[in-house]
Ligand binder design. Structure first.
Ligand SMILES: Cc1cc2nc3c(=O)[nH]c(=O)nc-3n(C[C@H](O)[C@H](O)[C@H](O)COP(=O)(O)OP(=O)(O)OC[C@H]3O[C@@H](n4cnc5c(N)ncnc54)[C@H](O)[C@@H]3O)c2cc1C
Length: 118
């Protein structure tokens, strides 16, 4: 569905459509991709715009931030792209492994330290 820059449905400011259901060229002129990162970023901005409505403030337009992409090919190969830099082979595989290790560490609850679970 084509949506407005503030992520609302045309003609229905009270309805927001985000993620794969939405089609948008953002305020920077970027066609928002059908990726999880875009859906998550849109969720944040939709929530911000609802809060702005409640405070009587002006809504902000959505701008997609491309933080890069990584993909695995089989078990031991990967490709990665960050901005204009592209990696493949061992460099990309090492980056992906390091990212996975960090994610595993962050996801693991610390016994007796609920404040560190986030
Ligand atoms: C095979 C595949 C691989 C992908 N790989 C990547 C990747 O590597 N990286 C990446 O960033 N993105 C990837 N994507 C895209 C990513 O999955 C989507 O962009 C992202 O999930 C969109 O989020 P969403 O919340 O819009 O939709 P979804 O994640 O699809 O969530 C929609 C939810 O609504 C539920 N739902 C549907 N109908 C109803 C209903 N009537 N009532 C109640 N609930 C309902 C569904 O069950 C689902 O849980 C991939 C997609 C596919 C299909």
């Amino acid at each position: 569905m084509l949506i407005e820059p503030d992520l609302s449905v045309p003609g229905h400011r009270e309805l927001f459509v985000i993620g794969d259901m939405s089609a948008l060229t953002d305020a920077n002129g970027t066609r928002v991709p059908g990726l999880a990162a875009a859906a998550i970023q849109q969720g944040t901005v939709a929530a911000q715009n609802i809060l702005r409505d409640l405070r009587g403030e002006q809504r902000v337009p959505f701008r997609y931030r491309d933080r890069g992409s990584m993909a695995t090919i089989g078990l031991h190969r990967a490709v990665a792209e960050f901005g204009h830099k592209k990696f493949s082979g061992l460099t990309a595989t090492r980056q992906l492994s390091s990212l996975k290790r960090k994610q595993t560490r962050l996801a693991r609850p610390q016994a007796g330290r609920p404040d560190r679970w986030k």
